[in-house]
Design a protein around this ligand. Structure first.
Ligand SMILES: Nc1ncnc2c1ncn2[C@@H]1O[C@H](COP(=O)(O)OP(=O)(O)OP(=O)(O)O)[C@@H](O)[C@H]1O
Length: 220
C-alpha cells in the first residue's frame, strides 16, 4: 500500500543534508507538501520553509523584527503553550534557550486538510516523542556516508565554530546509534546528491524505496 497518506518524519544528524534535499523537493513540488521543522534541529532556518509552505509551529519565544504572527511561527504565551501541551495538543515539543517550540496536532491536520503530505523535520528527541503519539508516520533517517564526510560538510557550510561542530558530531554519533536500533522505516544515505534526491523524491511521492545501510561508526 502506498505510504502517501501518512506524514513523513525526517531526521538525521545536523549537516547531513536534510535542508539541501528538502529545498530541492519543495522547489520542484511547491504545492504537494506542508512542512514543519523543529527549530532545535540545526541552524534556525525554519523561516525559509515556513514562508515557503505556509506551515508554522507554536512558540513562546518573542517575535523577532519583521516576524508576523501566524506566518513562520504562531506566537503564543507560555501559559497557553503549556495548557495545550497538557491537553495533548502537540505531537512533539522542545525547549530551547528557555523557550518552547512545538508541532501541534492542529498544524498537521491543517496540512492534511489541504490535501498536502505533511513532512516533519525533527531531531532524535522529537522522533522519540512522535513514537508515543498516534500519528503513524513513515520514519526516514537521512545519514551521512561516514563521519569524516559529515565533518567536511559541517566545516564547508561555514556556519559553526569548531566547538559547535564537535558538539554536532557527538550528537550525530548518538543519532546514528539510535538509527541502528531500527527506529526508522527507511534509511537514506546522502552520498551522491542526485542519487539521494531521486530516492527522497520517490519516497515523498509515496513510491516504495529500499532502505540503504547505515555506515559503521569509528569503533565498529
Ligand atoms: N550529497 C551531498 N554532497 C555534498 N555536499 C552536500 C550534500 N548534501 C548536502 N551537502 C552540503 O552539506 C552542508 C550541510 O547541508 P544542510 O545544511 O542541508 O544540512 P542539514 O542536515 O539541513 O543540517 P541542519 O540539521 O544543521 O540544518 C551544506 O553545505 C550542503 O551544501
Amino acid at each position: 500500500m502506498s505510504s502517501i497518506g501518512r506524514p513523513l518524519v525526517i531526521s538525521g544528524p545536523s549537516g547531513t543534508g536534510k535542508s539541501t534535499l528538502l529545498n530541492r523537493l519543495f522547489a520542484k513540488y511547491p504545492n504537494n507538501f506542508g512542512f514543519s521543522v523543529s527549530p532545535t534541529g540545526g541552524k534556525d532556518n525554519a523561516h525559509i520553509f515556513f514562508f515557503h509552505t505556509g506551515q508554522r509551529v507554536d512558540t513562546t519565544r518573542q517575535p523577532r523584527a519583521g516576524e508576523v504572527d501566524g506566518k513562520a511561527y504562531h506566537f503564543v504565551s507560555k501559559d497557553a503553550f503549556l495548557e495545550l501541551r497538557n491537553e495533548g495538543g502537540f505531537i512533539e515539543t522542545a525547549e530551547f534557550a528557555s523557550n518552547f517550540y512545538g508541532t501541534s496536532k492542529q498544524a498537521v491536520k491543517n496540512v492534511q486538510d489541504e490535501g498536502r503530505r505533511c513532512i516533519l523535520d525533527i531531531e532524535a528527541q522529537g522522533v522519540r516523542q512522535v513514537k508515543t503519539t498516534d500519528l503513524d508516520p513513515v520514519y526516514l533517517f537521512i545519514s551521512p556516508p561516514d563521519m569524516a564526510t559529515l565533518k567536511g560538510r559541517l566545516m564547508g557550510r561555514g556556519t559553526d565554530t569548531d566547538e559547535a561542530i564537535q558538539k554536532r558530531l557527538n550528537a550525530a554519533i548518538q543519532e546514528i546509534l539510535y538509527a541502528k536500533t531500527g527506529a526508522h522505516d527507511i534509511v537514506l544515505i546522502n552520498d551522491d546528491l542526485e542519487r539521494a534526491y531521486d530516492k527522497l523524491e520517490k519516497l515523498a511521492l509515496g513510491e516504495e524505496v529500499e532502505s540503504d545501510t547505515l555506515p559503521p561508526l569509528l569503533d565498529e
